[in-house]
Design a protein around this ligand. Structure first.
Ligand code: SF4
Ligand code: FES
Length: 252
């Protein structure tokens, strides 16, 4: 198959308080073997050669691990293919002559830094509020491998731990809720014996921080689970609700 011509409509915005707009960028010679980010790299090389401002977008690992590549492509978080991140999306998913809309995550809690790059520091602050296990280092440490963990719990904790903090759940949710992310970060610890002693404090602190950051309320639309590149299950939200309820009613 030959190379494609595409009409990109890309969100440009100078800074957090500037007004943004979609701008047209026709691109020729796009190979179906390029990843979506490589296609943007080629476009940026052209812009720089012409003396224009390159398009700002986040990326790091380019292999689905870091969660930084976060684009809304044709109205879908991480584009049209389920179960992948934007860096894993290939141009063969599109057809010659296609128009592709490329926008940043839209959420009040993720302000635009520039163009397609958003500030997702709110996630870091939720994690810092309680997403850890306190370890006693006074000489009576128990080897992690010596603690028996039921297989089902270990598998569920591992599934929760695959959340890469990309924010697709928030960007997709009609309420801008961060429940799926927070629930994954709570579950990956509270399912394990090492995480249980702090589970009440953790659930309260992380939910409180989530609310402070201005994320919306969860109304169980389930859109987050559909668009999550790591398939994080809504079941974790149910677990967070339980942990939170228990923590609230037994609060001293
Ligand atoms: S729950 Fe899924 S969509 Fe949300 S931040 Fe984690 S990996 Fe991304
Ligand atoms: S660049 Fe790291 S997940 Fe896409």
């Amino acid at each position: 198959m030959g190379n494609m011509k595409l009409n990109l409509k890309i969100w440009r915005q100078d800074g957090p308080n500037a007004a943004g707009q979609l701008k047209d960028y026709p691109v020729n010679d796009v190979s179906e073997d390029m990843s979506f980010l490589e296609m943007l790299d080629v476009l940026n090389d052209d812009l720089v050669r012409k003396g224009d401002d390159p398009i700002a977008f986040d990326h790091d690992c380019r292999e689905g691990i870091c969660g930084s590549c976060s684009l809304f492509i044709n109205g879908e978080a991480h584009g049209p293919t389920r179960g992948i991140t934007t860096c894993q999306l290939h141009m063969r998913r599109f057809k010659d002559g296609d128009t592709i809309y490329v926008e940043p995550w839209r959420s009040a809690a993720f302000p635009v830094i520039k163009d397609l790059a958003t500030n997702r520091g709110a996630f870091d602050r939720i994690q810092a509020a309680g997403g850890f296990v306190s370890v006693n280092t006074s000489g009576n440490l128990v080897d992690g491998n010596a603690v028996p963990i039921p297989k089902d719990d270990a598998d569920k904790a591992f599934d929760a731990a695959t959340c890469i903090g990309c924010g697709a759940c928030v960007a997709t949710c009609p309420n801008g809720s961060a429940m799926l992310f927070t629930a994954a970060k709570v579950s990956q610890l509270s399912l394990l014996p090492q995480g249980k002693p702090e589970s009440k404090r953790r659930a309260l602190a992380m939910v409180e921080q989530m609310d402070k950051e201005g994320f919306g309320n969860c109304s169980n639309t389930g859109a987050c689970e559909v668009e999550c590149p790591k398939g994080i299950s809504l079941e974790h939200i149910a677990r967070l609700h339980r942990d939170y309820l228990v923590a609230t009613v037994t609060k001293e």
